[in-house]
Write a new protein. Structure first.
Length: 246
């Protein structure tokens, strides 16, 4: 059994790869005593033969994970790194190593999940946008604050806005929390629609729209058209990478 682990800024998503089947587990928080949270989540699961991980939570977090795995299971973590080319994807960054590994893994999952061009939006602590053409070339991307981070930045930098607690937002908000949420959602959704539309013109082909990350479903509700929510996209990318690294 191979465990796949996607460590983001806020959450750790993980899943088991058994044969050709991927079985996602319940996410746990990245911060704090994540080792105890993983131990509880993995109770009764059996011992993994490998743990393949994508980590944007920092080097010290990675060292802690590796120490815990070695102490508990006698294996180290296999950390994925962004590459110039691999798994059918060509990295579009001038310095390929500078592309966030989470974005690289998402592109791998995207490439192996469909044919044709696609725009993938990962709605997490940050919202990232990447375009992959039909030949597997990453055309580049964009980054902006995620939904919660936008709200917190308003609280930190304004006098009269003191609480950005998320509130249900319709088309327009009828209180400050809802208005902030409405603005944040429409900022991410508007960027997604604009970049996908531009990608269609630049590439001269249809571009699929894919959403992933913790805020994906909420953003999807603001979008028109055929955007798909794929919560396990990064785990699928890790499964491809783990399979080719055996």
């Amino acid at each position: 059994m191979i465990v796949l682990l996607d460590a983001g800024n806020s959450r750790i998503k993980w899943g088991r790869l058994e044969g050709q089947g991927l079985r996602p587990g319940a996410p746990v928080p990245t911060q704090g005593a994540f080792e105890a949270a993983l131990a509880s989540a993995w109770e009764g699961m059996g011992e993994p033969s490998r743990v393949v991980a994508s980590n944007v939570a920092g080097a010290e977090w990675g060292r802690r994970l590796d120490r815990w795995l070695r102490a508990r299971f006698g294996i180290g973590a296999e950390f994925v790194a962004s590459r110039a080319q691999g798994y059918g994807v060509t990295n579009g960054y001038r310095d390929p190593a500078r592309l966030g590994v989470d974005r690289w893994v998402a592109l791998v999952g995207l490439r192996h999940g469909r044919q044709g061009a696609a725009c993938v939006v990962d709605v997490g602590t940050a919202a990232t946008f990447d375009v992959l053409d039909g030949a597997g070339l990453h055309r580049g991307g964009a980054i902006m604050p995620g939904l919660e981070l936008m709200g917190r930045s308003l609280v930190a930098n304004t006098v009269q806005i003191t609480d950005a607690e998320a509130a249900d937002a319709g088309w327009l908000g009828d209180n400050t929390g809802a208005a902030i949420r409405c603005g944040s959602l429409n900022a991410v959704a508007g960027m997604a629609e604009r970049l996908r539309s531009r990608a269609c013109r630049e590439l001269g082909e249809s571009v699929a729209g894919v959403l992933t990350g913790g805020g994906a479903a909420e953003v999807a509700a603001c979008l028109d058209g055929d955007w798909r929510v794929e919560p396990d996209l990064l785990l699928r990318g890790l499964a491809v990478i783990a399979g080719e690294a055996e």
